[in-house]
Each structure stands twice: as structure tokens, then as C-alpha cells.
Design a protein around this ligand. Structure first.
Ligand code: P53
Length: 478
């Protein structure tokens, strides 16, 4: 007989990141982060990265939704929905404003003490990402971001500071958010947000990215090891952006291309979970003539600092073809990305694929046999406030319902060990990819538009009441 229902202590909640909702970018001694130098874009128009904070630009993360001063009111709403956990990140720049100081900023530490206390007051378990696209900009300018090995020590020092400080308040940690986004080294935004890297003329992007990634993986392993010494009860995970890359057809060239393309993304999880550089990566580096540096001590650390669980985001899947339309072999790497004819997309072109979440849970569990935690999932959509003030976001409910159904199949029918589910942007916030406010994910509406105008007033959407009921019934009533 099939297993029935989700585990009793299942962690229902919501997820956000500091820079996308806190605002207060220069308050409480905070330094400038990489998110503070990104302007607003929109679908098809990339965000600009400026050289420091400059006059004449609109930076949507500077104020965001002002969670910095409104967190009590917002957490009260999360508690009303029945959240068991809340995933956010610590802004590195509140703790070490430039990243290379000797001593942390007490005012920043105090802010998170208060925030975590407020969550714990309602028995909401904090789930904390250490680095969610928000490293100090100073480390980019003066050290070249994670291409520089020195960043390992800066990150470890920051992580040690907060893990010691909050050792009795926070149990669930993750090191680097969506560390595998940068697998696409041609994407400036991904490499900047993951690693704080601005490419130099003539630099081999992929080689630089791999070196930075290896530094991050070493830093992560050190932090896992250290964290377990600070508190043996800590659960420290990695965080992967899981985008299944399906083969376009049963043509063996399509199938093999999908294996190759997936490997580019698996690399990060494979090191985090297995604690060693996979053979396929070493072969790839050698064939490309890349020199990626790491020492035997680094290799030992990777082995000692493997993660306790795998946190991942899931929004969409993609399709790769091994051949071009004229039958010639597709480019190496991701091959030719083609739309999936079986799926519809949202307004930003992200195709909606609920079965993909079951697929993701299965392939991750088969590969790693470690507990899984869905720490992001959701639908970015424009919402309309009706005359009576209500927001009828049935499309969001439908998206989440279909994904939760498939998630339950993975647990009940496939035997996957799943800890929890935290939909992304449980309160409307600034989009990471575009900087827009109007790409909304929330159960709670925030009155603010793409130009930064609005009262910041909070409003419960229809999905607020729906999700409350989902949590109450442990996912039985959808
Ligand atoms: P936005 C790319 C691909 C998949 C997930 O994204 C991504 C990205 C970067 O945009 O980001 C994650 O806001 C990320 C969050 C982000 C969320 O997905 O572009 O961890 O910070 O907000 C949704 O719609």
C-alpha cells in the first residue's frame, strides 16, 4: 500500500531573501552589497550593474518592501497563515559592511537577533541562507569577487560569526543560494550574483567561473564542518536551482545532449553532496585546457564538509536538442534550447511544468539519498486589486496546487524523503531577475509598482486563505 500523507512535522512556510525585501540598504551600519548596484530591468531588458551606487539611477532593492522596519507586522501575517518555518537570508553587509573587517557590526547582528526572536515567538523555525546574491560590493571592487581565494576566509569568518551568534535560534542553514546558476557563464547577471565577478576583456569566462565555484564549494565545506562543531544539531544544506533539461526527443543525440547539459548543473550538487570533484568535470577541464587550482588540503575539506540536506528551487523545466534544425550538431554545453510544445508559459516565458517537480525530487533523491527541502517554488504574475480591494489570484492557487499534488506523489508513491516546502516570495518582493515589483509571487500583496511608487500597504490575497487551509490540513485539502 502507498504511504499516506506528508510527514507530521513537515515544514510548511515561505521563502524570501534579505536584499529582495528588507530595504534599509544604508541603515544600521550596513555596507553596499552587489544587489545595491543593480538597476531595474524587465522581461527582455537586463538589469544594469553600475560602478557603485550612482546618481540618476533607480535601485529597487534600496527600499524594497521595507521589511527592515515592518518585519513584526509581516511575521504576524505569516503566523496567521500557520507557517512552521520561514526562509530568509542574512545580509552579509549588515554583519561585515565591506567584508574584510576584523570585527562585525553589532547593530546588524542585533537586527537578526530581533528578527529571529520574533519568528520564534510564533514557533516559526528560521531557515537561513548565508549568501543569497548579496555579497559586499567592496569584495568585488578590491578582490575581484570569488575568483580570489581570499574570499574563502572572508566568507568563513562571516559564517562563523553568525552561526555562533545564533546557534540557539537557528537550526537550518544553507550556504550559497542557487550556486549552480552560474553554470551559464555567458550570463553576466548569474555570475555577478553568484560570485561577484565582473569579467575582464579577453578572460575565459567559463574557466574563471569554475575557479570561483571551486572556491565557493571549499568555503561551503569549511562552513559545514565548522557549523557542526558549533552546534551538532545544525542541519546545513546546499541550495541548487533545479531546472530539469529534458531531451527534445528519443533521438540519441538529444538524449546525450541532455546528459551533458545537466552535468554542467549537477557539478555543484555533486561536490556539495559527495565531497569530491567528479570525473566528468576533471575530464572537461583537461579537454578545455582549463587550470583550476585546488590543493590536497582542499580536497580533504570537501570530503569532511558534505551537506546534510539538499535545498532546491523549482520553477520550470527546459528542453535541449542535440542537433540544429539543419541536422548539424548543436553547440556544446546547453545545445539548442527549444520550447516544450506540451507546456504553457507565464508572462516572463517560464514554462509551467508541475510534473517536473516530481521528476526533480526523484532524480535528486536517486542520485544523493539525502533529505530534500523545496525552498522555492511559485508563479510570478501580475495581480489586479479589485474595486472592493480583494485580489483574486486563482492562477497562483492553481500553480501551487498542481505542484503540491506532484510533490505529494513523490513522497507517497516514490518514497522520497522531503523535509518541507517554502514557496518563493510569500510576500510580494523585488524580482531578482528583473528588479520588477510587479512580478509578484506573494500570498500578501504589497502596494508598490515598478517605478517605486505606492504606500507599501499589505493586503491578503485569495491565496492567503487557501494556503492557510493547506497548512492546516498538512496538504490534504488543496
Ligand atoms: P525572479 C534564475 C533562474 C531560476 C531562479 O526569480 C532564479 C533565477 C534568478 O532570477 O532565482 C531564484 O525574481 C532566486 C530568487 C528569485 C526567484 O528565483 O527573477 O533564488 O532570489 O527571486 C524568482 O522571478
Amino acid at each position: 500500500m502507498a504511504k499516506k500523507g506528508l510527514p507530521e512535522n513537515f515544514l510548511w512556510g515561505g521563502a524570501v531573501s534579505a536584499h529582495q525585501l528588507e530595504g534599509g540598504w544604508d541603515k544600521g551600519g550596513k555596507g553596499i552589497s552587489i544587489a545595491d548596484v543593480m538597476t531595474a530591468g524587465r522581461h527582455g531588458v537586463p538589469r544594469k550593474i553600475t560602478d557603485g551606487v550612482q546618481e540618476g539611477y533607480y535601485y529597487p532593492n534600496h527600499e524594497a518592501i521595507d521589511f527592515y522596519s515592518r518585519y513584526k507586522e509581516d511575521i504576524k501575517l505569516f503566523a496567521e497563515m500557520g507557517f512552521k518555518c520561514f526562509r530568509t537570508s542574512i545580509a552579509w553587509t549588515r554583519i561585515f559592511p565591506n567584508g574584510d573587517e576584523d570585527r562585525p557590526n553589532e547593530e546588524g547582528l542585533k537586527f537578526y537577533d530581533d528578527l529571529f526572536d520574533e519568528l520564534l515567538k510564533y514557533n516559526i523555525e528560521p531557515v537561513i541562507t548565508l549568501s543569497h546574491f548579496e555579497m559586499p560590493y567592496h569584495l568585488v571592487k578590491h578582490y575581484g569577487g570569488f575568483r580570489n581565494r581570499k574570499l574563502i576566509d572572508f566568507f568563513v569568518k562571516y559564517a562563523e560569526t553568525v552561526m555562533k551568534r545564533y546557534k540557539d535560534k537557528v537550526k537550518y542553514w544553507m550556504t550559497f543560494n542557487e550556486i549552480n546558476n552560474q553554470a551559464d557563464a555567458d550570463n553576466d547577471f548569474c555570475v555577478f550574483t553568484n560570485s561577484g565577478i565582473l569579467f575582464k576583456e579577453g578572460e575565459n569566462r567559463e574557466e574563471t567561473m569554475f575557479q570561483a565555484a571551486v572556491h565557493e564549494l571549499i568555503a561551503s565545506a569549511k562552513v559545514v564542518k565548522l557549523g557542526h562543531e558549533i552546534n551538532p544539531d545544525f542541519q546545513i544544506g546546499c541550495m541548487l536551482a533545479f531546472v530539469p533539461l529534458y531531451p527534445y526527443s528519443c533521438d540519441p543525440d538529444d538524449v546525450m545532449k541532455s546528459v551533458e547539459a545537466m552535468r554542467k548543473r549537477w557539478f555543484f550538487g555533486d561536490v556539495h553532496v559527495r565531497g569530491e570533484i567528479p570525473a566528468y568535470a576533471k575530464a572537461y577541464w583537461e579537454n578545455k585546457g582549463y587550470r583550476i587550482e585546488y590543493t590536497p588540503e582542499d580536497e580533504a575539506i570537501l570530503k569532511e564538509g558534505t551537506v546534510d540536506y539538499i535545498g532546491f528551487s523549482y520553477y520550470t523545466s527546459a528542453v535541449v536538442a542535440g542537433k540544429n534544425e539543419d541536422g548539424s550538431p548543436a553547440e556544446e554545453g546547453y545545445g539548442r534550447l527549444v520550447p516544450n510544445p506540451h507546456l504553457k508559459a507565464n508572462d516572463w516565458g517560464w514554462q509551467i511544468d508541475p510534473v517536473g517537480i516530481r521528476y526533480a525530487l526523484n532524480v535528486l533523491y536517486e542520485r544523493y539519498q539525502k533529505p530534500l527541502f523545496i525552498v522555492e517554488n511559485g508563479l510570478g504574475a501580475r495581480d489586479k486589486v479589485e474595486e472592493d480591494g480583494s485580489i483574486q489570484d486563482d492562477y497562483r492557487i492553481a500553480y501551487l496546487r498542481e505542484h503540491i499534488k506532484e510533490m505529494k506523489k513523490a513522497v507517497e508513491l516514490d518514497g522520497v524523503d522531503l523535509i518541507g516546502y517554502t514557496p518563493w516570495g510569500c510576500i510580494d518582493l523585488v524580482s531578482a531577475g528583473t528588479g520588477e515589483m510587479e512580478k509578484r509571487y506573494g500570498f500578501i500583496y504589497v502596494d508598490k509598482d515598478n517605478e517605486g511608487k505606492g504606500t507599501l500597504e499589505r493586503r491578503k490575497k485569495k491565496s492567503f486563505y487557501w494556503y492557510k487551509r493547506v497548512i492546516e490540513t498538512n496538504g490534504e485539502e488543496l
